[in-house]
Design a protein around this ligand. Structure first.
Ligand code: SF4
Length: 79
């Protein structure tokens, strides 16, 4: 992935941040509760992960995004 492509993917994710946009803060959604694009916690609210999916698809970035490997975060403390 080029820097420009990564930047575009990050822009999509930044606009639709899953940590704040998803009611559960999932970084690998959607959860199993989404129905017709709406969030299971509030049916008047769009599912953040569906918006992310549609945004990537609209920009022709979905396949590449789905097939890229992203290193898991290292959550352990040093020392
Ligand atoms: S339906 Fe979507 S926005 Fe709602 S909790 Fe599940 S993944 Fe998050």
């Amino acid at each position: 992935m080029t820097m420009a492509e990564e930047k575009q993917n990050n822009e999509i994710l930044k606009e639709l941040c899953p940590k704040t946009g998803c009611a559960k803060g999932f970084v690998n959604g959607p959860c199993g509760g989404e129905v017709n694009g709406k969030c299971e916690t509030d049916k008047t609210r769009d599912c953040a992960w569906i918006l992310i999916y549609e945004g990537l698809k609209k920009n022709g970035k979905l396949e590449k995004f789905l097939n890229q490997y992203i290193e898991p975060k290292k959550l352990s403390f040093k020392n």
